[in-house]
Design a protein around this ligand. Sequence first.
Ligand SMILES: *[C@@H]1O[C@H](CO)[C@@H](O)[C@H](O)[C@H]1NC(C)=O
Ligand SMILES: *[C@@H]1O[C@H](CO)[C@@H](O)[C@H](O)[C@H]1NC(C)=O
Ligand SMILES: *[C@@H]1O[C@H](CO)[C@@H](O)[C@H](O)[C@H]1NC(C)=O
Ligand SMILES: *[C@@H]1O[C@H](CO)[C@@H](O)[C@H](O)[C@H]1NC(C)=O
Length: 604
Amino acid sequence: MNVIIVCLCLCFYFTTAKVVGPSIVTTETTVAASNAADVVKATTTNATSSVQSTIAATPQKPTPSRSFAHEARLDEDGAYWLFWDSNETHVTFETHVKTRGYVGFGLSGNGQMFPGDVIVGWVKDGVTHFKDCHTVAHVMPKEDDSQDWVLLHGEENDFGTILRFTRKLDTCDDDDFKITDDTIRVIFSYHPDDPVHITSLPWHGVARRGSRALLLLSATSASAVTMPADLQSFGFVKTNYHVPSAGTTYHCSTFRLPNLNQKHHMIKYEPYVQKGNEKHVHHIVLYFYDREIDRQYDNLNFDCTKGKSTPEALRGMRSIFLVWAVGGGTYYLPEHVGIPLGTSDDPKFFVMETHYDNPTRKTDIVDSSGIIISYTTQIRQHDAGMIYAGSRVSPRQIVPPYEKAFVTRSYCPEECLDQTLPDEGVKVFAVFQHAHLLGTAIKTRHFRNGTELEPFANDKHYDFDFQDIRAKKHEISIQKGDSVSVECTYDSRYKTKPTFGGISTQEEMCVSMLLFYPRTKLNGCVSSPKFEAINTNNSYLAVETMKQWDWSLPSVRRHFKSILAETDYDMICTRIHMNHLHYTKKRIVPTTTYREPRGNCPTQ
Ligand SMILES: *[C@@H]1O[C@H](CO)[C@@H](O)[C@H](O)[C@H]1NC(C)=O
Ligand SMILES: *[C@@H]1O[C@H](CO)[C@@H](O)[C@H](O)[C@H]1NC(C)=O
Ligand SMILES: *[C@@H]1O[C@H](CO)[C@@H](O)[C@H](O)[C@H]1NC(C)=O
Ligand SMILES: *[C@@H]1O[C@H](CO)[C@@H](O)[C@H](O)[C@H]1NC(C)=O
């Protein structure tokens, strides 16, 4: 049954935006998998300011005392704000907290209050008190012998208490946390009263504390980029989709970009997540097709959890255009790059795949979330491209159970980058790494002629609940003949069966998206182990055989690891508008591995 709905109104968050596109006509297709109405809107609007202001209907933001590159609201209520920037050696923070009592702030590997590296500060009678402390248990923090966090400024104003302080990334003090490009948990607390002394802090209670994962060193900039006046936006947004009660749903909607008539550059994109659904909208992948798709496929909605209800014409090759996942914010491209739109070479037809997580099997989730892209005719210096590297999404990715740190590796071979990159190479300016629930660390490695170079990204504290694009402070050049390996580390101690690669949260993934310029034909480079030792002719039958194994036996798991070490890999290099390149090769092992620069600490 098909219903045509003419949506006369723009959705609520566009209400203040001027519409520059045609009126919106949406087609609703009722699909078997979801008995609910589901409308997808395609909207073009001049959303220079209104989208921002209405989406970010966040509590009143305090004004920092100077401009900072990054900012985050740490609590739900907007009582605790953090502003920060970093350079090669230091991070400088400024906290604005709605209190006239004390403020606690710190860094932690696991998000717990203990162990943590914390500061406590308060302003009393015009004097700022500030101490570098560490937590020794879930009790009051202890003052560090070495005071390495340095107070720059403290005051009380109409908002509350402001503290500005700085710290070396590595203070060389064992009581301090080393600040790296890992996902870092900041922890915070506050109290309405000043303490009499640092040793007699009143307890903050459960409501006035929390933690939040952040990328302190490679967060995308909140405000640095100025937006051109002709900025336009397009919303890839669902309307009132009734999320099924299944634990995991992938729901797909198709969109066609309005005709832009000339080349544009997309310069930012932002999530639009319906309030209240933050826990359910897990991630969104926007794919594009580089072939013509008939207009009959415009504005369709279908369940794509299994892929069976995907229309025939939309199966097969498609490429990732952008990714947003839980925890991510607005992404601004660097000022010298834009993602091209509007010419005959550029994507026009998109499928948005929204991953809904519904562990408690709710039946009343109705969602209107999506992604809003913004673009301009003011063309920037470079056209950006994206490459998807990692494990091919396939049951051939196997994570054995009972393992504390099992590593899955995938390879993009020299031949692929040799044949697809321009002579001068490309420059990577951002990286997005993704795994599912078992993932604890992800690293995107870079090899050149046998030598391992600095990794594109190396997150030793991957957090599924916090995923964001890493904006590289320094662009990394990839040359012809380089190779890339993506490594994901999984903790499967609480699993009793192997976990296979797949799209649902309960299955695993291991991918890394590199954003680079100039754009090339290169689009993806993924691999899967062949397991020829188990079945010489058919890797999928090899997987079927391994499913029968008793994985609780350590000897079986050791055997599996030795097979992985020896197996050939199928490596696939995908190119836009061109055939795929296939290679069968052994794993890539550099002769020289990368060593992180030594710290400057005397004892290290
Ligand atoms: C880095 O920041 C710290 C703290 O603001 C400052 O003292 C230092 O001079 C800065 N270093 C460079 C190279 O700018
Ligand atoms: C978009 O809105 C801004 C601010 O209202 C305005 O200055 C600009 O001219 C508009 N652009 C277009 C393309 O309508
Ligand atoms: C690669 O390494 C080999 C052996 O170390 C060396 O002979 C060759 O010149 C190198 N090639 C390039 C392009 O650096
Ligand atoms: C693989 O294929 C070859 C040739 O078709 C056949 O002789 C052999 O039995 C097959 N091996 C397995 C394990 O199926």
